[in-house]
Every structure is written in C-alpha cells, then in structure tokens.
Design a protein around this ligand. Structure first.
Ligand SMILES: *[C@@H]1O[C@H](CO)[C@@H](O)[C@H](O)[C@H]1NC(C)=O
Ligand SMILES: *[C@@H]1O[C@H](CO)[C@@H](O)[C@H](O)[C@H]1NC(C)=O
Ligand SMILES: *[C@@H]1O[C@H](CO)[C@@H](O)[C@H](O)[C@H]1NC(C)=O
Ligand SMILES: *[C@@H]1O[C@H](CO)[C@@H](O)[C@H](O)[C@H]1NC(C)=O
Ligand SMILES: *[C@@H]1O[C@H](CO)[C@@H](O)[C@H](O)[C@H]1NC(C)=O
Ligand SMILES: *[C@@H]1O[C@H](CO)[C@@H](O)[C@H](O)[C@H]1NC(C)=O
Ligand SMILES: *[C@@H]1O[C@H](CO)[C@@H](O)[C@H](O)[C@H]1NC(C)=O
Ligand SMILES: *[C@@H]1O[C@H](CO)[C@@H](O)[C@H](O)[C@H]1NC(C)=O
Ligand SMILES: *[C@@H]1O[C@H](CO)[C@@H](O)[C@H](O)[C@H]1NC(C)=O
Ligand SMILES: *[C@@H]1O[C@H](CO)[C@@H](O)[C@H](O)[C@H]1NC(C)=O
Ligand SMILES: *[C@@H]1O[C@H](CO)[C@@H](O)[C@H](O)[C@H]1NC(C)=O
Length: 452
C-alpha cells in the first residue's frame, strides 16, 4: 500500500519535470474537522509543512474551506484532491472575508484560493463526486448578488498540472492562470442554475468564466462545462495557448480573446489555437473583443473544428467595444485600435439559435449590441478601419435554427484593410453569408481598399 503510493507519487513528480529519483519526498495528509469548523488552518499547515518536494493528500472527505487562503513558495508539490473543498454556504461570510483578505487580487476579482510556485500539480479524484470545489453560487445568482464576489482560484505557477478538477456552482469566475508551462486536463464546470433558463436574467450565473488565461505556454485539453460567461478567455499577456477538446453549454459566452485595450491600454496576445469544441446555446462560438481606443495587438489566433448548436453568433470580432450601459460610444480621440493580424476561423459547422442574446442583457442597448444586430448571425465583424489584416474564414457551414443555409452577416467593407477581401473567405457586406474564394499568398490580387 505504502509502496504503491510512493510509486504513484514519484511518477507524478517526474511528470512535472523533476528528477524524482534524487529527491526525498515528504508527505502530508490534510486534516479535516468533523464538527463543521473551518479547515483552512489545516490546509495551510499541510501546504507549509509540505511546500517542497512533497505530496499533499486530501482525504475522501468534505473540507470546509471557509477562509481565503494563499499557498505560496511551493516547489515540486503534487496535491491529490481526493475530497471536496467547500466554500461557506453563507453569502455574508464570503463577502466579509473577501473584503479583508490579503490574497493578491487578479485584475477583476480576489481569488479564494491562490497558488504560487514551481512545478505544482493539483489532481482531482477520478470519482466524479470528489475533487470538487463547491461554491454554492446558486443563491448568489438567484438574488443577483454581485457584490464582493470572489474568483475561485489563481494558479500562478511555472510548471503546473490541473487534472480532473470539478468546479460546482461557483459564485463567479473560475480559474485564473497567469503562470507558465501549464497543462490542464479534463476540467469540469457546472455553473448552470437549477431553475433559470439561458434567456432569463433571474438566477442567471453572471461572470462564471471557466478560465482566464494570461500566461505563457498553457494547454487546456478536455473541458466540459455549463456556464454564463466565457468558457475560456485569453487575455492580455497570453502567449502560446492551446485550448482543445471541449464542450461549452447553457449560455456560454464563447471561446474568447479579450477584452483587450481598455482605457487605451497596450495589450498583446499571440499564438492561440482553439480546436475541437462544441458550443451549445452559446452567445458566441468564437469571439475577439477589444475596446475603442485600445492599443497593442493580437496575432496568430486560430479557431478550428467548432461545432455550433443553437448559438447566437458563430464568429464575432469587435475592435470597437465600449460600455454600452454607460451612454453612447466615446469618441476614439487617439484614433488607435488593438491591431489584429493572422486570425483564422476554420471548419465551423452547425446551427444558430433563435435568440441573439441571453439573460445577461440588462442594459439598453445590450452589452453585446453592434449596429444592425437584430437576429442571430453567422458572422459579425465590427472592425476599426484598416487595423485587422490576414483574417480568413474557411469551411464555414453555419445554418439557421431551421437548418437553412441562409444566415446573415454584419460586416462593413469600408473598414476592411486594403486587399483583405481577397483572402477573407466571405463577402464582407451586411446581408447573407456568401463564401468567396481565398487568394493564395504570394499572388496579391488587385488591392481593393476603400470602395464605393
Ligand atoms: C468592506 O470593508 C470596508 C472597510 O474596509 C467597509 O467600509 C465596507 O462596508 C465593507 N463592505 C461590505 C459589503 O461589507
Ligand atoms: C476574464 O474574462 C472575463 C470574461 O471575458 C472578463 O470579464 C474578465 O475581465 C477577464 N479578466 C481579465 C483579467 O481581463
Ligand atoms: C505571479 O507570480 C509572480 C511571481 O512569481 C508575480 O510577479 C506576479 O505578480 C503574480 N501574478 C499574479 C496575477 O498573481
Ligand atoms: C510547455 O509546457 C509544457 C507543460 O504543459 C512543458 O512540458 C513544456 O516543456 C513547455 N514548453 C516550453 C517550451 O517550455
Ligand atoms: C429559482 O429559485 C430561487 C429560490 O427559490 C428563486 O429565488 C429564483 O427566483 C428562481 N429562479 C427562477 C428563474 O425562477
Ligand atoms: C428570447 O429571450 C427573451 C428574453 O431575453 C425571452 O423572453 C424569449 O422567450 C426568448 N425567445 C426564445 C424563442 O427563446
Ligand atoms: C473532440 O473533443 C471531444 C470532447 O469534447 C472528444 O471526445 C473527441 O475525442 C475530440 N476529437 C478529436 C478528434 O480529438
Ligand atoms: C489617449 O492617449 C493618451 C496618451 O497616451 C492617454 O493618456 C489617454 O488615456 C488616451 N485616451 C483614451 C480614451 O484612450
Ligand atoms: C498564423 O498563425 C498560425 C497559428 O494560428 C501560425 O501557425 C502561422 O505560422 C501564422 N502565420 C504567420 C505568417 O505568422
Ligand atoms: C435584421 O435586419 C436585416 C437587415 O436590415 C434584415 O434583412 C433582417 O430581415 C432583419 N431580421 C429580423 C429578424 O428582423
Ligand atoms: C499577411 O499574410 C501574407 C501572406 O501570408 C504575409 O506575406 C504578410 O506578412 C502577412 N501580414 C501580416 C501583418 O501578418
């Protein structure tokens, strides 16, 4: 038994890049209270005693993770989450504790769990009932409580593995990954209300993103989730990202890049591949979003082999985002935009839904409004003139909910960069989707630029 455990542990250490044969492995089992008391001290103690060259095991039990905790300075640590980590069921307790925690906030919220270090693996139970992070978010969604919400976790490590983890009814955002060289396998998210529907604001799971990725060399392989915001959101700083083999349901907001360039920020993202995803009931399949007046760039981004089932918009790019609930579009005083280059959308098939939005639409105009949006669309391009180049759509077979090929697109040809129509793969004009031939590189066609 003990021998067996050691072998498993050594194997996992090797997997995280350590020469396990030369290190002495320390072991800690995390204690848990049986009287409902907070286990956070027990968890912290295990991560302190076993912070280096170690294996930390949570037993098959419910742990009360009732205080935000920060586990830093880890090195060569494998964590076996054989039990569940449960946040407080009481909303006020969560709010009070988030209000005073010293955990380093991410740019959008403070994480309940913060991990930092080198070569850290967190491995959930193979048993679907265990390896869970229970957020008890339903009650927050039911009353639309969006004050002092935590993000679930930040995994800020170099060399990391997250495997077989389950996020159940999170309050809001899931995992934030600012680190490097990270592999995520077989991730599960249940952020679907027990009663509400995707079209209702009541009980809608606002901001329940699956992942925000801002690090380098991160692969998400295997994702199954229902939520009410992006499944995977790739944000400023991200580089060399692969997200593949996933399913996003309920009313996901898609496989997203951004938002980038808020308040004129210089933001960059490069080398991103989304491959083999099924998007069901999503507001977007693929989405790029940068703010009016942004700067920086997004380059070498691809979405491939995407199946759509009843989505609102298949392919979406805006370089002109603004806070639609805070009045009219601000003037682009600096005349800047986050540049886009080499972006491709390949093999999108499936159907659009009946509604062009979902329960998150609580402002007028809606946060997702672009001029002309009155129905579900296969493609929406809302470009800032001349700052998006080498965009290509190919293998697009997006149909209406009645399985008709007659879908519509929104695209302003005067905003296209010179020559862009030649390689775009569809007719840029407001109206039906019409595929067009793609000119091979090296044989530049007659430049179009601004036309009549
Ligand atoms: C958060 O803490 C501040 C004081 O630090 C307090 O003024 C505020 O009321 C608290 N917010 C909530 C919602 O408890
Ligand atoms: C994470 O993604 C969500 C959804 O796109 C977004 O609202 C949030 O601002 C992102 N976080 C950061 C740090 O940009
Ligand atoms: C991640 O950790 C590095 C130090 O290793 C630190 O500089 C950085 O601010 C951290 N980022 C986040 C989002 O916590
Ligand atoms: C990228 O991350 C993986 C772990 O997911 C690691 O095995 C690989 O060595 C990293 N690549 C580079 C170039 O660092
Ligand atoms: C779901 O149930 C909760 C609790 O009874 C209630 O507050 C909420 O309004 C319900 N949501 C819907 C969409 O009916
Ligand atoms: C579309 O959404 C609205 C609310 O946003 C809802 O009232 C309506 O029932 C939905 N329509 C369909 C066909 O789902
Ligand atoms: C695509 O992803 C699904 C999981 O969503 C997986 O079952 C399937 O094997 C993947 N297909 C390929 C070709 O990798
Ligand atoms: C315009 O540029 C100036 C100088 O870089 C910057 O301070 C300002 O925030 C920018 N304005 C907007 C709306 O982006
Ligand atoms: C365009 O991006 C793809 C990844 O999506 C990459 O493989 C390719 O090398 C890039 N092309 C150029 C010219 O940078
Ligand atoms: C939306 O607007 C387009 C262009 O004006 C029009 O062709 C289409 O019929 C409209 N769709 C609906 C559902 O009104
Ligand atoms: C666009 O693609 C062409 C042909 O592949 C290439 O020569 C050019 O450098 C690309 N431009 C940018 C800005 O990526």
């Amino acid at each position: 038994m003990i021998l067996n455990t050691s072998l498993v542990a050594l194997g996992l250490l090797a997997l995280t890049g350590v020469d396990a044969t030369n290190v002495k492995v320390k072991r800690c089992t995390v204690k848990h209270n049986k009287n409902g008391k907070d286990d956070s001290e027990n968890i912290l103690k295990a991560f302190k005693d076993c912070s280096k060259n170690a294996v930390i095991t949570f037993e098959k039990a419910d742990y009360n993770a009732h205080t935000p905790i920060s586990m830093t300075g880890l090195k060569n640590v494998v964590v076996h989450l054989n039990g569940n980590l449960n946040l407080p069921k009481d909303m006020k307790t969560v709010q009070d504790k988030i209000n005073v925690t010293l955990n380093q906030p991410s740019t959008y919220a403070t994480p309940w769990f913060y991990f930092q270090g080198e070569d850290v693996s967190i491995i959930g139970s193979q048993d679907f009932k265990w390896g869970r992070f229970n957020g008890y978010g339903q009650q927050w969604w039911d009353i639309g409580n969006r004050v002092l919400r935590p993000q679930l976790a930040t995994f800020n490590v170099t060399g990391g593995l997250l495997r077989d983890l389950k996020v159940i009814k999170p309050i809001a955002w899931g995992w934030n990954l600012p680190g490097r060289n990270i592999l995520v396998r077989n991730h599960f998210v249940d952020a679907m209300p027990n009663n509400g529907t995707r079209d209702e604001t009541v009980s809608f799971p606002f901001n329940t993103d699956g992942f925000n990725l801002s690090g380098h060399n991160i692969t998400v392989d295997g994702y199954y989730g229902h939520n009410g915001d992006d499944c995977v959101s790739v944000i400023n700083g991200a580089q060399d990202i692969v997200a593949k083999n996933g399913y996003c349901g309920f009313s996901s907001h898609g496989l997203s890049i951004g938002s980038l360039g808020r308040n004129g920020a210089v933001h960059t993202v490069k080398n991103v591949l989304f491959k083999n995803w099924t998007m069901e009931g999503a507001v977007y399949g693929a989405r790029f979003k940068s703010w009016t007046g942004g700067q920086g760039s997004a380059e070498n981004i691809a979405w491939e082999d995407i199946t759509l089932i009843g989505v609102s918009t298949g392919v979406f790019i805006t370089q002109n985002y603004y806070d639609q609930d805070k009045g009219p579009r601000p003037p682009n005083v600096n005349k800047t935009s986050t540049h886009v280059s080499n972006m491709s959308f390949k093999n999108f098939k499936g159907t659009l839904g009946t509604n062009w939005t979902d329960g998150t639409c609580i402002s007028d105009p809606c946060w997702n409004y672009v001029p002309g949006l009155n129905e579900t669309k296969s493609v929406i391009f809302d470009l800032y003139a001349g700052t998006a180049v080498n965009i290509t759509l190919s293998g697009i077979d997006i149909r209406t909910h009645k399985n008709s090929k007659k879908t519509n697109v929104i695209c302003d040809p005067t905003a296209l960069a010179e020559g862009e129509q030649d390689t775009l793969g569809f007719q840029c004009a407001n109206g039906p989707f019409i595929a067009t031939p793609i000119k091979k590189p090296g044989k530049p066609g007659k430049p179009h630029g601004k036309r009549e």
